[in-house]
Design a protein around this ligand. Structure first.
Ligand code: ADP
Length: 213
C-alpha cells in the first residue's frame, strides 16, 4: 500500500507523471484541479463561481476542495493513491492529516518536481488537454486529436496572466510545504526539467527505494 503526493509548480508536468504512474504502476491519481474543473461545469451558482476562480488562477477555498476530495476518496478507497495538486497550503496539510488519521492511513512519499520559472513559461503555448480523457500534450503544430479520438483543447487558465497568478500562489503558499515534508523526512526532490521518461524513471527509482515496490 503506497500513498504519494506530487508537489510542483503549475505546468511542471505533474499531471503527465500522474498518468504514467497510473498506467504503469496502478496508482489511482486524484487531481483536485480535475475535480474542480468537473465541478465548474455544473450550471448552478457554485459551478459558475468555480469557473471564474479557475480561469483567474486563484486558489479555491479549502472547504470546497476537501469536500470534493473526501467524496472521491469514498469512491476509490485509500490504496495506492496519488494526490496531484493537493495539499496546496499548510491548512490543507492539516486537513489531509486529519482525514488520513481517521482512516488509519498516512502519506509515504512526497515528490517535489523542481522546474524553474523560465521553463514553465516556455511550456504554456504548447500545452493541450484532451477534452475526453484528460491526457496532457505538448504540441508543436496543430495536432487536434488525442490517441483516444478526443479533441485537444487549451485550458482556460493556460495563459500568461493566469500562470503568473498561479506561480505567485505557488511561491507564497505552496512552497512552504517543501520544507514541511522535508522536515518529516518524506520529501524526494526530482529534477523536472528532464524528459518525461527520465522524470518518471527517477520517481520510480525513489519509490522502489522507499517503498520496496
Ligand atoms: P496547475 O498545477 O497547472 O495549476 P491544477 O489542475 O493542479 O493545475 O489546478 C488548476 C486550478 O485548480 C488551480 O489554479 C486552482 O485554482 C485550483 N486548485 C487545484 N487544486 C487546488 C487546491 N488543492 N486548493 C485550492 N485550489 C486548487
Amino acid at each position: 500500500m503506497t500513498r504519494i503526493i506530487l508537489l510542483a509548480p503549475p505546468l511542471s508536468g505533474k499531471g503527465t507523471q500522474a498518468q504514467l504512474l497510473k498506467e504503469r504502476c496502478g496508482f489511482v491519481p486524484i487531481s483536485t484541479g480535475d475535480l474542480l474543473r468537473r465541478a465548474s461545469t455544473s450550471l448552478d451558482e457554485e459551478g459558475r463561481q468555480l469557473a471564474k476562480i479557475l480561469a483567474s488562477g486563484e486558489l479555491v477555498s479549502d472547504d470546497i476542495v476537501i469536500r470534493l476530495l473526501s467524496a472521491r476518496l469514498e469512491e476509490i478507497g485509500m490504496e495506492k493513491i496519488l494526490l496531484d495538486g493537493f495539499p496546496r497550503n499548510l491548512h490543507q496539510v492539516e486537513l489531509l492529516d486529519e482525514l488520513l488519521q481517521s482512516k488509519n492511513a498516512s502519506i509515504d512519499v512526497v515528490f517535489f518536481l523542481d522546474v524553474p520559472k523560465e521553463i514553465l513559461l516556455s511550456r504554456i503555448e504548447g500545452r493541450r488537454v484532451c477534452a475526453c480523457c484528460g491526457k496532457i500534450y505538448q504540441v508543436t503544430k496543430d495536432e487536434q486529436r488525442c490517441t483516444c479520438g478526443g479533441e485537444l483543447i487549451t485550458r482556460s487558465d493556460d495563459n500568461v496572466s493566469s500562470f503568473e497568478a498561479r506561480y505567485q500562489q505557488y511561491l507564497e503558499i505552496t512552497m512552504p510545504l517543501v520544507s514541511y515534508y522535508s522536515s518529516c523526512g518524506k520529501l524526494v526532490r526530482i529534477d523536472g526539467c528532464q524528459e518525461k521518461e527520465e522524470v518518471y524513471q527517477d520517481i520510480l527509482k525513489a519509490l522502489k527505494e522507499r517503498c520496496e515496490q
